[in-house]
Design a protein around this ligand. Structure first.
Ligand SMILES: *[C@@H]1O[C@H](CO)[C@@H](O)[C@H](O)[C@H]1NC(C)=O
Ligand SMILES: *[C@@H]1O[C@H](CO)[C@@H](O)[C@H](O)[C@H]1NC(C)=O
Length: 361
């Protein structure tokens, strides 16, 4: 791997310099994950308890609730814009249309399987009827088996995964619910990430982007955890996040060796947003501690949109939109960092470079 990276970078830069600025080979994104990436899948799932399909969600950009857990666009939307393609639709919406119309073509711009509240572990939010990563992979594999989605499209798609915060948060929200030690719990999560990568690879995936988990211990919603301080982040939660992220980075490091011709990119959510929180003004934030929408301590107790909720007047000056999710402004900065940022933000190459690698043979 150490020897592979310089070669890869030379290889990539030769091709990139030969291209006009906007050229990218990638015209499709396949998205897997939780509420940070969910474009509205949950609203199609009957009896799913985790929803964002009511006001004031979506207010700053779409002007109506789309099911996205933010006030506007989320990371896959920004990446789609950078690639010059349309936003990926929710799997649950497209699947219903595909089932009705046998001749309908699979969306050329890709598809989003992410489901708010889902985790890597089967037990995470089980009772809320969210689609776990395992479930999302099954949906993906079924589309391939039915020949609706072709491996050739998968091969030239960006495959984006962001998951893990809900598993980690659950470990502290429901102490004793899992009989695993913290280390075993994280290792079990990482095993699922490897399983994910290997299934994606077997089905053609070659550009695999794994986003790290952000500072879960700083979420306004942490007030639901017994003894969680409101004046500072919870270190023990962030330490678990760092432990998971280190394992995730090792997986990315090993992708070219475990999966020949595949390229893995580590999108460093944790380090990227840390910069914003340390120097808020520089990045246009006036408030990086409280949720813009909600109520109670840190505005993190009352659900955004629930009776009696408060809404700040400038959502995009806040880091957090609600108790568990960033604002569109935060997502925009994160997306920019992944797209065009340094190795600290996207490693070993950024997504702009990844998108310009010529199609794989
Ligand atoms: C942990 O729980 C699972 C079921 O949830 C059970 O199969 C397993 O035996 C338990 N392990 C220990 C060490 O108690
Ligand atoms: C952040 O916003 C909350 C209310 O939404 C307010 O109570 C708090 O003082 C603000 N913090 C800063 C640093 O302005």
């Amino acid at each position: 791997m150490e020897r592979l990276i310089p070669q890869l970078i030379i290889f990539v830069s030769v091709f990139v310099s030969a291209l006009a600025p906007a050229d990218a080979y990638v015209k499709s994104i396949l998205v897997f994950g939780d509420s940070q990436l969910d474009p509205g899948n949950n609203k199609f799932i009957k009896n799913c308890l985790l929803q964002a399909n009511y006001t004031p969600y979506g207010l700053s950009y779409f002007r109506f609730p789309t099911g996205r857990f933010s006030n506007g666009r989320i990371v896959p939307d920004f990446l789609a814009q950078y690639l010059g393609i349309e936003f990926q639709k929710p799997y649950e919406e497209v699947y219903r249309k595909l089932a009705k119309d046998r001749r309908m073509r699979f969306p050329a711009n890709g598809l989003n399987f992410a489901s708010g509240g889902s985790g890597l572990l089967q037990d995470t939010n089980k009772k809320s009827r969210v689609t776990t990563i395992k479930g999302q992979l099954q949906q993906f594999q079924d589309l391939i088996a039915q020949r609706r989605l072709h491996k050739i499209q998968v091969r030239n798609s960006l495959v984006l995964l962001e998951v893990g915060s809900t598993d980690i948060l659950s470990y502290f929200l429901f102490p004793g619910a899992s009989n695993m030690t913290l280390r075993t719990y994280v290792h079990t999560m990482l095993k699922e990430v490897i399983r994910f990568t290997s299934i994606i690879y077997k089905n053609g995936g070659r550009r695999i982007v794994l986003m790290s988990v952000g500072p879960v211990g700083c979420l306004p919603g942490r007030v639901a955890i017994r003894d969680a301080p409101t004046n500072k982040c919870v270190d023990k939660i962030n330490n678990m996040v760092k432990y998971f992220n280190a394992g995730l980075k090792r997986i990315v490091f090993n992708i070219p060796r475990m999966f020949p011709r595949a390229i893995g990119v580590y999108g460093s959510m944790f380090e990227t947003v840390k910069k914003f929180r340390v120097n808020p003004k520089l990045y246009g934030f006036t408030n990086v501690t409280h949720a813009c929408c909600g109520g109670g301590p840190l505005n993190g107790v009352l659900r955004c949109g629930a009776r009696g909720y408060k809404l700040c007047s400038h959502p995009n000056q806040y880091f957090f939109w609600d108790n568990f999710h960033p604002t569109e402004h935060t997502y925009k900065l994160v997306s920019k960092a992944f797209w065009g940022g340094s190795k600290k933000e996207a490693w070993p190459i950024n997504l702009k470079t990844l998108a310009r690698i010529p199609p794989f043979a």
